[in-house]
Design a protein around this ligand. Structure first.
Ligand code: 5GP
Length: 122
C-alpha cells in the first residue's frame, strides 16, 4: 500500500515544536506525551518522529533502529507511569474503520482504572 503523509497533521506540528505538548519521554526517534483529552488517569500517546501514517505503515517501512526505539520507549512509559503491575490497555487506531483521528501513527497507553471491554459490540 502507498501511504500519503499529511505534513500538517497535529502530531507533525507537535514534532516541529509549533504546538506545545506535555512530554513524558523523548528519544532520537520517539516522543511520548500526555493525551490532551485523557480517557483514563494515565493516557499517554507514543509516536515515532518519522512520517508514518498507521501502525502497519510504521511496521512495514520504519528502520530497525526506529522500531526498537519505539518498543523500548513504550516499555519505559509503562514502567515509569506505574501501570505494569495493575495492568493497562495499549491501542492503536488505523484508518476509517479503526476511527483514527490523527493521521500520524500513535500508540495509546491507557491505565489507572479498569479499561472495560476491548471493543464495543458492532
Ligand atoms: P486517534 O483517534 O487518532 O487514535 O487518537 C487521537 C488522539 O489524539 C485523541 O485521543 C486526542 O485526544 C489526541 N489529541 C488530539 N489533538 C491533540 C493535541 O493537540 N495534543 C495532544 N496531546 N493530544 C491530542
Amino acid at each position: 500500500m502507498a501511504y500519503s503523509y499529511d505534513q500538517n497533521n497535529i502530531f507533525a506540528r507537535i514534532l516541529r515544536g509549533e504546538i506545545p505538548n506535555n512530554t513524558v519521554l523523548e528519544t532520537e526517534h520517539t516522543l511520548a506525551f500526555r493525551d490532551i483529552a485523557p480517557q483514563a488517569p494515565v493516557h499517554v500517546l507514543i509516536i515515532p518522529k518519522g512520517p508514518y501514517v498507521t501502525y502497519a505503515h510504521f511496521c512495514a517501512e520504519a528502520s530497525d533502529a526506529e522500531l526498537v526505539d519505539f518498543a523500548r520507549v513504550s516499555a519505559r512509559v509503562c514502567a515509569e507511569l506505574g501501570v505494569e503491575e495493575q495492568g493497562f490497555r495499549a491501542i492503536t487506531n488505523a484508518g476509517e474503520d479503526g476511527v483514527q483521528e490523527v493521521p500520524h501513527y500513535h500508540l495509546h497507553i491507557l491505565g489507572g482504572r479498569p479499561m472495560g471491554r476491548m471493543v464495543a459490540k458492532a
